[in-house]
Ligand binder design. Structure first.
Ligand code: ADE
Ligand code: ZN
Length: 326
């Protein structure tokens, strides 16, 4: 349709995408083979049929299992390059991509090979596809704050190549308040910060992220709508929300896209963006997310323009550089 074509062609940024969650089934099988690993699935179709989830934890179990195929520098390079190629086709001009090193370093993969693989592919994409990208280092919220601080020390050599620090993993039971010192230390070192909050957790977790962690963005933020004074706080402070409609649908955060809170977020003046989270697992890249949520919520052409502009405005890039996109 017209609206879908408009969405595919409009220049946009993606700010919430996990590299470990970007591995297409075919590539997953290829990486397993290359590294001499046995997977529970022998074909891409068999693997794809496992992408049915009852909750965030149910998904995370498969996501962490899939991480095992990433072993060598070249593996990190190849998945990063594949995603950034897709950005070029989708008119994603700038992408901020998460990786959670703790999944790999705990198995003996060195932080050096992880960083060299990912950063090398980002450089290649800039040169070959004119796609700009920023790396977000994500800490696991189910691990300890000491673990997160050790991760922060381990990435210090690449400080000037890192766009920001984030946090993901199982939300309920691991509130932002568990990581006050960690986020203070990230700020002290000059990093931008973001945290997954309000995906399965309550509005109170989003409030903690804002009031106790002082993060620059919130990943998801859906449950914030349950607390009117929090909505007002997010609006007044213009804190971006990186919303992921197909992720919310597939992880049962919403029962249908027609029930998705994105339209209410826009109506209430919140700084929302649309993102893919873990594209093959949830059935679409950023364009599919925008197209499907546009259809389900009957978003207007102006809403699409707002979302595209918001994606650049919310990016962790310098203001002068932003104006190139706006
Ligand atoms: N890691 C990858 N995707 C995630 C999500 N949607 N929530 C929390 N952690 C994640
Ligand atoms: Zn996420």
């Amino acid at each position: 349709t017209d609206r879908a074509q408009f969405i595919r062609h409009i220049p946009k940024a993606e700010l919430h995408m996990h590299l470990e969650g970007s591995i297409e089934p075919q590539m997953m099988l290829g990486l397993a083979k290359r590294n001499g690993l046995d997977l529970r699935w022998q074909t891409a179709d068999a693997l794809r049929s496992a992408y049915e989830f009852s909750s965030l934890q149910d998904f995370l179990n498969l996501y962490f299992e899939g991480c095992k195929v990433l072993v060598q520098q070249q593996d990190f390079h190849d998945i990063t390059r594949a995603y950034l190629h897709r950005c070029a086709t989708d008119n994603v001009l700038h992408a901020e991509i998460f990786i959670g090193p703790q999944s790999f370093t705990e198995r003996g993969v060195t932080i050096e090979s992880l960083m060299a693989g990912v950063l090398g592919a980002m450089d290649d994409a800039r040169r070959e596809d004119d796609v700009s990208s920023g790396l977000l280092i994500s800490a696991h919220r189910h691990r300890t704050q000491a673990d997160a601080l050790a991760l922060l020390d381990s990435i210090a050599p690449w400080q000037d190549r890192i766009a920001g620090i984030g946090m993901g993993g199982p939300e309920v039971g691991n509130p932002p308040s568990k990581f006050i010192d960690f986020f203070a230390e990230c700020k002290r070192r000059g990093f931008k910060t973001t945290i997954h909050a309000g995906e399965e957790g309550p509005a109170a977790y989003v409030r903690e992220a804002v009031e106790l962690l002082n993060v620059d963005r919130i990943d998801h933020g859906n449950s914030a709508l349950d607390d009117p004074s929090l909505v007002e706080l997010l609006r007044v402070r213009a804190i971006p929300l990186t919303v992921c409609p197909l992720s919310n649908l597939r992880l049962k955060g919403v029962s249908s896209l027609a029930q998705h809170p994105l339209r209410e977020m826009l109506q209430k003046g919140l700084f929302a963006t649309v993102n893919s989270d873990d594209p093959p697992y949830f059935g679409g890249y950023v364009n599919e997310n925008m197209i499907e949520v546009q259809r389900s919520l009957d978003l207007t052409r102006d809403d699409i323009v707002t979302l595209a502009k918001n994606s650049f405005r919310a990016a962790f890039i310098d203001e002068p550089e932003k104006t190139r996109y706006l």
